[in-house]
Design a protein around this ligand. Structure first.
Ligand SMILES: *Cc1c(COP(=O)(O)O)cnc(C)c1O
Length: 355
């Protein structure tokens, strides 16, 4: 008998209480019952995102939130600076180019972090840059960029800061208001302990000013519509009501655990996994000091075999590498609904397979 165990960086495991909300009959999204849920959820989302700004909910995966973050605040031909060091950073480049933006880049090798000073230098030389775009936690490599330092470099510039925080919200500290981040993307299937299907976009007052000037076409992803209806605890279109009911349950669980405890749990799990990997004689792809508390990329030429054996012998699903790292790394997702026992299990299974 194989009891499957999902240890990939999204989708992540979902608590039973959250799953049960999905099994309920859908309710009308124009009912008082739904309005009450939206009210609770929108307050809890601001708490989770550590912001007083709008946190808007979209019926999408993380990439839908990223697309909304581009088309709502920019115009064709705008110059943007994308700082990238992995697959998701490259996605920002592709997305921005598709919409006719002029993309300048600062990059670092996969496994390394982007240099905040380099970003500052480009911004100082190019006053016309409209947005700095960056992936906070680069899931393809298990690297966390120094967003605190980067945000300091943008403070003195007119550009808005657009951040993919898809594997950092609900995993590690992202003080959106303190760092002055303008547009922040997240998704339900990562740290939120909810199945895929909800995207989140946080929008600062400065970003709403940029919205006024932005001319890229938008309809379904027009964030002003979500803000307007959100003020009445509603949504512009039929939302995935069951996912929002599920989110209500997961946000209550997160509230009970507390932000500090959530961050600490992920930090502790990341450290435990990394020290076990070192004991096994393997190395971590991420530069020392920049390792993600939610996803660990392990360097091994035996990765394909390890992935197969973990699945066949223990039912544990891990992720492989992407692009040029295919076959060269395997990735362990340890974000969201992950407890100490899960960490012990994945470590023991790896030990037995590598022995
Ligand atoms: C998962 C993820 C996304 C979103 O991918 P989707 O498949 O569209 O949900 C974006 N950025 C990062 C860093 C991610 O880990």
């Amino acid at each position: 008998m194989h009891k499957p165990m999902l240890m990939i960086p999204g989708p992540t495991p979902v608590p039973e209480q959250v799953l049960l909300a999905l099994a309920k009959q859908p309710i009308s999204h124009r009912s008082q019952e739904f309005t009450t849920i939206m009210e609770e959820v929108s307050i809890a989302l601001k708490w989770l995102h550590q912001t007083t700004a709008d946190v808007l909910m979209l019926p999408s995966s993380g990439t839908g939130a990223m697309e909304a973050a581009i088309i709502n605040f920019l115009s064709p031909g705008d110059r943007v600076l994308v700082a990238h060091n992995g697959k998701f950073g490259e996605r920002w480049c592709n997305l921005a180019q598709k919409f006719g933006l002029e993309v300048l880049t600062v990059s670092a090798p996969w496994g390394d972090t982007v240099n905040p000073q380099e970003i500052g230098d480009v911004l100082r030389k190019n006053a016309d840059i409209k947005a700095l775009i960056i992936t906070h936690s680069e899931t393809s490599t298990g690297v966390v960029n120094d967003l605190g330092a980067i945000s300091q470099e943008v403070r003195f510039h007119d550009a808005i800061t657009i951040v993919d925080a898809v594997t950092s919200i609900g995993v590690m500290d992202v003080p959106i208001d303190r760092w002055g981040l303008d547009v922040v993307c997240a998704a339900s299937q990562k740290g939120f302990m909810v199945p895929p299907g909800l995207g989140f976009v946080t929008v600062s007052p400065k970003a709403w000013e940029a919205y006024q000037r932005a001319t890229l076409p938008k309809f379904y992803w027009d964030l002003a519509k979500y803000r307007l209806d959100g003020e009445k605890q509603g949504t512009p279109f039929t939302p995935p009501v069951n996912l929002i009911m599920a989110l209500q349950v997961s946000l209550r669980m997160m509230g009970e655990e507390g932000l500090e405890n959530i961050f600490h749990r992920h930090h502790r799990h990341g450290m435990t996994i990394r020290s076990a990997i070192a004991d096994l004689g393997l190395s971590i792809l991420a530069r020392s000091g920049a390792e993600s508390p939610g996803v660990t990329a392990v360097v091994s030429d035996r990765s394909p075999e390890i992935l197969t054996k973990m699945k066949e012998e223990y039912g544990i699903i891990l992720a492989g590498g992407q692009n040029h790292l295919t076959g060269k790394i395997f990735r362990i997702g340890h974000l969201g609904y992950v407890g100490d026992r899960d960490i012990l299990t994945v470590i023991s299974a790896l030990k037995s397979i590598l022995a």
